[in-house]
Design a protein around this ligand. Sequence first.
Ligand code: ADP
Ligand code: MG
Length: 247
Amino acid sequence: MSIIEVSNLKKSYEKLDVLKGITFNVNKNDVVAVVGPSGSGKSTMLRSLVHLEEISGGSIRVSGEDLVKDGVYSKPQEIKRITSKMGMVFQHFNLFPHLTVKENLELAPRMARKEENSVIQRRSTELLEKIGLTDKATAYPANLSGGQKQRVAIARALMMGPEILLFDEPTSALDPELTGEVLQVMKKLAEDQMTMIVVTHEMGFAKEVANRAIFMDNGEIIETGHPDELFTNPKFERTRSFLIRSL
Ligand code: ADP
Ligand code: MG
């Protein structure tokens, strides 16, 4: 079953064509690694999925519902409901600095006013345990390491029970010794069958955890395939030269 169906997605800023008609699907339980040079449109693609960017043309469907069809967006209320099926984790964590870890986790579900506070609190407690930060519940982001901040950001994204998680270079802002703890949490999510799209430079992680890789360059998807195949035996010269540069 497809959770995400993107077809002919285009995004331009004035004269700059950032996404030139990209098409791909993500199935339930897929872990899709997206790789490509800086400026190739990876972040714009992820941001378009959660409507942080308005696309210029094409279609995005999320578990069978149109977010945007042939460039025409659904009604604002529908957009809100459809994008809430996705959780996003950013390179720079984007935690609320004036809220504690626990408050960061509970803010969105409390604002949604759909659940009892006790239910929300139980879930935040469980998720803090899952990411190994129970003892940091009342700490503020400024007092956490980068790796801890990113683990909190992942837990926060899980609080709304998303069908899919999107990661935009989740370890790129971290010191090398802190990337492992974040990748470990992501690996555990994959083992729990979470559907994920991960923009990353971590080829080792992509090979180990992803079941599909997408190589983007200059606003286009150049090739997709199983990571073992795409990373070791790419079909296209552009993929090959990118991989050589990234070693
Ligand atoms: P990546 O994540 O692969 O590095 P991005 O999606 O961030 O690539 O950017 C793709 C291109 O879009 C780049 O050329 C970038 O300069 C341009 N771009 C991104 N955001 C904006 C914006 N708000 N206004 C104008 N150009 C932008
Ligand atoms: Mg980016």
